[in-house]
Design a protein around this ligand. Structure first.
Ligand SMILES: [Zn+2]
Length: 88
């Protein structure tokens, strides 16, 4: 199999959607929803708490932004959650 480069999008402006945190570097894009903002520990702006449909928590800051998913592979568990929502 050839290795396909995963290209993330720009830092997101969305509060919900298919997103890719800066860490971990590898992995998949998850469907994240913005939970709340809090003052960043380094004093630079705000940090944002995110929660994915499959249960992953992530924090983004100005230095470690949340990115649009680009062509990252999407998490299967998040996709199932979305299908469950639309079927309900
Ligand atoms: Zn997920």
């Amino acid at each position: 199999m050839s290795k396909v480069a995963m290209i993330g999008g720009p830092p997101t402006q969305s509060s919900e959607g298919w997103l890719k945190p800066m860490f971990p570097i590898t992995g998949r894009a998850h469907y994240f929803e913005k939970e709340f903002e809090l003052p960043a520990l380094d004093g630079q702006g705000v940090a944002v708490s995110w929660h994915s449909l499959c249960g992953i928590d992530a924090i983004s800051t100005g230095k470690m932004p949340m990115f649009d998913a680009g062509n990252w592979v999407r998490c299967k568990r998040c996709e199932q959650q979305i299908e469950g929502r639309s079927a309900a």
